[in-house]
Design a protein around this ligand. Structure first.
Ligand code: FES
Ligand SMILES: [Fe+2]
Length: 354
């Protein structure tokens, strides 16, 4: 029986990209959200620059989300200190000199398909990924739908290599062994072919109109960002999943965004893409319904893995090798939040590159 890593070796919050929310929510004013055990504020400067900063002002801890954007800065609601998109204080109304502590931690931020993503470190360890072989403008995103399994993020992630669960949870019977590789040091990819064997109305419709076999590819980046493609005889499906731990070792927020290849014609696209996305969203929710229900209360025990869980055990080894927040990497130190969310149980792994 392979020896599985202790959960103390898993990052509390993977150093990766996260979904902040919809971009149109920050169109008019800054927005503060509680994410990864800290408060973050997102805003867009007058010049259009997107910023995600620590939300609590370095002066008296006021919430910058209650302030406003002034030119290229965000202004604190309390004493009107102003911070640039890089988090540096550039203006204190009452005095000339600006003390060195007057700065907010800033996070790399990107808008794509109407969503704001941020990286929880000073510099991204990898660019915001996408479906392999696709350019973002070729696909159109649907409305994101969330679910919150009572399961830690690494158990949710390990599902991608859990060959047994594809049949028991998703009614997809793999026709051969899973093909697992690592297209990037921060990514794990799983590919296989499967039969659609379910008896639900959705699976019967799929078999009848789309195909009874599917080639599946799932790539997991950083432990929490997923791109799933399914190639059926008559259609291609694109599912983007991005997770966020809600509490250490506990519940996980799972956001699902369904994508669609854009139609060649603009007019037809404007008409039919929203309908197609809506249908795909329903099928995707049905496909994931196993995960909605069955993950409740699952917990990881390194002593309970059996020989048949070899792929899962290897996946957990990879998870344990991901850098914890606060570790030094080739790109420089990774930030820990000021609010003391650093994980003292998380030793720096001897090799950070799997
Ligand atoms: S608390 Fe923000 S300026 Fe004083
Ligand atoms: Fe699954």
């Amino acid at each position: 029986v392979p020896l599985a890593p202790s959960p103390a070796r898993f990052p509390v919050y993977p150093v990766s990209w996260y979904l902040f929310g919809r971009a149109d929510a920050v169109r008019k004013r800054p927005v503060t959200k509680k994410i990864l055990g800290r408060e973050l504020v997102a805003f867009r400067t007058a010049g259009g620059r997107l910023a995600v900063l620590e939300a609590r002002c370095s002066h008296f801890n006021a919430d910058l989300g209650r302030g406003c954007v002034v030119g290229e800065t965000i202004r604190c609601p309390f004493h009107h200190w102003q911070y640039g998109a890089d988090g540096k204080c550039v203006q204190i109304p009452s005095q000339q000199d600006i003390p060195s502590f007057a700065r907010q931690r800033s996070y790399p931020a990107v808008e794509r398909h109407g969503y704001i993503y941020f990286f929880n470190g000073p510099r991204p360890l990898f660019d915001l990924p996408f479906f392999a072989g696709c350019r973002p403008e070729e696909l159109r995103a649907g409305r994101c739908f969330p679910f919150v399994p009572n399961a830690p993020w690494y158990l949710f992630a390990a599902n991608i290599v859990d060959e047994h669960h594809f049949l028991t949870q998703h009614s997809r019977r793999p026709t051969g062994p899973l093909d697992i590789d690592s297209p990037h040091p921060f990514a794990r990819r799983v590919r296989f072919e499967a039969e659609v064997v379910g008896s639900s109305a959705f699976d019967r419709l799929l078999r009848r109109f789309v195909g009874d076999r599917v080639r599946v590819s799932v790539t997991c980046w950083g432990g929490n960002v997923f791109f799933v493609t399914g190639s059926f005889r008559r259609a291609e499906s694109y599912i983007h999943v991005i997770t966020q731990p809600l509490e250490p070792g506990g519940r996980t927020l799972v956001n699902v965004i369904v994508f669609l290849r854009r139609f060649g014609s603009r007019v037809l696209g404007a008409l039919l893409e929203p309908i197609s996305l809506w249908v795909r969203r329903i099928f995707t929710a049905a496909f994931l319904s196993g995960e909605f229900e069955e993950l409740a209360g699952i917990r990881y025990n390194p002593h309970s893995l059996v020989a048949g869980d070899r792929l899962v055990t290897e996946f957990f080894e990879w998870v344990a090798s991901l850098p914890p927040e606060g570790a030094a990497t080739a790109a420089g130190p990774i930030d820990t939040p000021r609010t003391g969310e650093a994980n003292p149980d998380n030793p720096v792994p001897s090799a950070t590159t799997p």
